[in-house]
Ligand binder design. Structure first.
Ligand code: SDX
Length: 437
């Protein structure tokens, strides 16, 4: 049996063969890179629902089973047994660190967690109430101006430095902007505190005063960050890889990824979930909103539900739901919002509309409730997603560089526009469209 797939053009009976390539896990691929040169046709795959854009060894997702692994380690096991920086090390350095390696890694990131003081001027360029994602996207793009000319980012050592530097600075940039927007004094990273604790410290502390940060809060936030660390070729990671394929600066790639993540169909959903739960307001109103979500003529969608890949419960949502229920009293999570969320989930998991479309809660459904209980401002929830995802984006960027023979991402199209313009047909004054969609 040959490892090939045959394509027949029934218009002329011609057949073509394409190689089938097997991976370590998951679906095989049909390599159609020569499809156009062989058949003279393009393939069409709106939203890339059936298209693999690369080979990767970083993250494996089984959407049917609801399984997620980072370099082979199951996400539920990692969440139970490891901390966020363990997973960052796993993503960037391809192995889980020993305790001494973790301590050294934590210390190295701390030394990189400060930002050039001249960058603080950037914050003044933004109007009050600027969305923090707009600010963070600009800050990361600006970092490329500070770490550029002298960097040879084709050198593995150099780009590991770039990756670790970005992971280390993201919480500082986020916390600094929050403090600036609130008119509070900036609180600089405390080198005696851990990565995740430091973020809460920079957000909450005030000069010469005690700051209350409970270990359970650090653990909750650390788990939220870990669950967001990487997720295969999602929209923002695909954006990072696409920009990287032009040999742009890695930080401009990440800045583009932040822009993609911001959308409420993607990483912006965690903010939309909480705003939606607040808008629903009470359990009694849930049925009305479920009806809207099912109405094809209503653009309303249940935020935090559905996923392009998971056709089962998102394993991250499972971990977050367990964490939420464990912390509900400890963290004073808004019980009314939990009741509404539980009611939505119960109905959706039984209702034919959602069941037939395999719509389950995704990572964003519960993360916002935990972040809200940690007193993270709602418009910073996507920023927390960025802090978690930065190592995944950089790992994907480094993998693309390591694999070499990088090809610029340049898809084609099905042209449905006018055949000729009015300048070629003087009898007509306007362009005729075929009306093809
Ligand atoms: C993330 O890709 C990743 O890995 C992303 C992510 C990561 O870690 O990087 O996991 C993070 O982005 C999670 C997703 C967060 N987004 C949301 O929660 C927003 C709400 N969800 C939807 O917008 C939607 O489910 C998407 C965008 C997540 C997935 O969209 P798809 O795969 O393009 O699915 P679709 O729009 O084609 O929907 C299929 C059907 C449609 O109905 P029919 O046309 O078949 O009748 O399901 C319906 C949709 O109308 N549908 C929903 C729905 N999601 C899909 N109906 C109501 N509410 C919803 N949330």
């Amino acid at each position: 049996m040959s490892n090939t797939a045959t394509f027949t053009d029934n218009r002329n009976g011609k057949t073509y063969e394409f190689p089938i390539i097997d991976g370590e896990l998951g679906p095989s691929v049909v390599d159609i890179s020569n499809f156009y040169t062989q058949t003279g046709m393009f393939t069409l795959d709106k939203g890339y629902t059936s298209t693999a854009m690369c080979k990767s060894a970083i993250t494996y997702i089984n959407g049917e089973k609801g399984e997620l692994r980072h370099r082979g380690y199951d996400i539920a096991w990692l969440a139970e047994n490891k901390v966020f920086l363990d997973v960052v090390h796993l993503l960037l350095h391809k192995k889980l660190p020993s305790q001494s390696e973790l301590d050294a890694f934590r210390k190295k990131l701390k030394t990189k967690s400060f930002i050039n003081e001249r960058m603080l001027g950037l914050f003044n360029a933004f109007p009050d109430k600027a969305h923090p994602m707009a600010v963070l996207q600009a800050c990361v793009a600006t970092l490329s101006a500070y770490y550029s000319r002298d960097m040879n980012y084709d050198d593995p050592h150099e780009y590991m430095e770039l990756a670790e530097r970005l992971v280390a600075k993201m919480p500082t940039l986020a916390a600094f902007y929050y403090r600036h927007a609130m008119g509070y004094p900036l609180i600089y990273p405390d080198l005696d505190r851990g990565f995740t604790e430091n973020f809460l410290y920079m957000m909450r502390s005030f000069p010469h005063s005690h700051v209350d940060i409970r270990s359970i809060e650090v653990k909750a936030l650390d788990t939220v960050l870990m669950l967001h660390a990487d997720h295969e070729q999602n929209a923002s990671t695909t954006t990072v890889r696409t920009v990287a394929s032009t040999h742009s600066h890695p930080y401009s790639c990440i800045s583009a990824g932040i822009g993609a993540l911001w959308g409420h169909a993607h990483g912006g959903a965690n903010e939309s979930v909480v705003r939606q739960l607040e808008a629903i307001g009470s359990v009694e109103n849930v049925d009305k909103y479920i009806k809207k979500a099912k109405d094809k003529d209503d653009p309303f969608r249940l935020m935090g539900f559905g996923h392009r890949v998971y056709k089962n419960y998102d394993p991250r949502a499972k971990v977050l739901k367990g964490l939420r229920d464990k912390l509900v009293d400890e963290l004073d999570i808004d019980s009314n919002l939990i009741k509404i969320a539980n009611r939505i989930e119960k109905i959706a998991l039984e209702d034919e509309y959602f069941v037939s479309r395999n719509l389950y809660p995704n990572v964003d459904f519960n993360s916002g409730l935990i972040l809200k209980a940690l007193n993270i401002p709602t418009d910073m929830f996507a920023v927390m997603f960025v802090i978690g995802r930065a190592p995944g984006w950089m790992a994907q960027w480094m993998e693309l560089k390591e694999q070499g023979n990088m090809k610029i991402v340049r898809p084609r199209q099905l042209y449905i526009g006018p055949k000729i313009g009015c300048e070629e047909n003087t009898s007509k004054n306007d362009i005729e469209y075929s009306g093809k969609q």
